[in-house]
Design a protein around this ligand. Structure first.
Ligand code: ADP
Length: 260
């Protein structure tokens, strides 16, 4: 699956977890969390057992995307945290631990400790993939993840715009510095898909994600359209892959997951 470039891990530092796949972006708002959620679902649709760790500790959004807001986490008999489950995915989000609206003003060591707990003191069960939704940019959490566990590969999410691409290059550089192989680039908001006539419009330009992949010498995993149903599904807590599995957005995510 990992393009031959990435060896399967000799050891699984998270008990039961075969591959950790980190999803990163150079900046916020490019749809990193949306892509992470739907890639996780697409991998599960292909038959894999998948978990999703919302490591965007300052701005967790996976609880909302999976309709798990307000749900409390439970622990098993060994007092290990049990992830919540929705649409066949085991999800752990800071939003289920800290009340929403509470500001997180944590320094590096606390972020590190929290991530360590999320990886080591959580009963993830048997997983083929643990998809990690990283915070935007390049910071403490990214560094800690690479230090704490063996990451099989990183996915970079960008929009086609030049300014977003420069940020994405920085995210790629971060993966290189912590020796995480880059599995490829997903271009989000590739084109706006008109709900009335179905015509695609390249609002943010064209071909940027592919150019970035070429410059980084990594694979282009595909483009995801900008659509109203995709935004609505995220807000409603029913991911697009569940809401409309045959639609163009779901097909784009399934295609990207197959390319991983
Ligand atoms: P990030 O994690 O990069 O900050 P999010 O995934 O939280 O970005 O997305 C930001 C907002 O944009 C959300 O409301 C989400 O539903 C919306 N969004 C993301 N990608 C798309 C898309 N391809 N089409 C429509 N809306 C999108």
């Amino acid at each position: 699956r990992f393009g031959g470039g990435v060896r399967p891990p000799e050891q699984y530092p998270i008990p039961g977890v075969k591959h950790v796949v980190a999803v990163a972006s150079g900046k916020g708002g490019v749809g990193k969390s949306t892509v992470a959620a739907n890639l996780a679902l697409a991998l599960a649709r292909e038959g894999a057992k998948v978990g999703l760790l919302d490591a965007d500790l300052y701005g967790p959004s996976q609880a909302k995307m999976f309709g798990l807001e307000g749900q409390r986490l439970k622990v098993d008999q060994n007092r290990r945290i049990l992830p919540l489950e929705a649409h066949g995915i085991r999800v752990l989000s800071m939003a289920n631990i800290v009340p929403p609206g509470q500001a997180m003003i944590w320094r590096g060591p606390i972020l590190h400790g929290t991530l360590k707990q999320f990886l080591e003191e959580v009963n993830w069960g048997e997983l083929d993939y643990l998809v990690v939704d990283l915070p935007p940019g390049t910071g403490d959490v990214q560094l800690s993840l690479a230090q704490l566990t063996r990451v099989s590969g990183g996915v970079i999410v960008t929009t086609p715009q030049e300014v977003a691409l420069i940020d994405a290059e920085r995210a790629a550089d971060m993966f290189k510095k912590v020796q995480v192989p880059i599995l490829g680039v997903v271009e989000n908001m590739s084109h706006f898909l008109c709900p009335h006539c179905g015509k695609p419009t390249p609002i943010f330009g064209e071909g940027g994600g592919r150019r970035l992949a070429e410059a980084l010498k990594v694979r282009f995993l595909g483009g995801i359209p900008l659509t109203l149903p995709l935004r609505e599904s995220g807000d409603r807590g029913v991911p697009i892959l569940v809401q409309d599995p045959e639609g163009p957005e779901a097909q784009a995510f399934l295609q990207a997951a197959r390319e991983l």
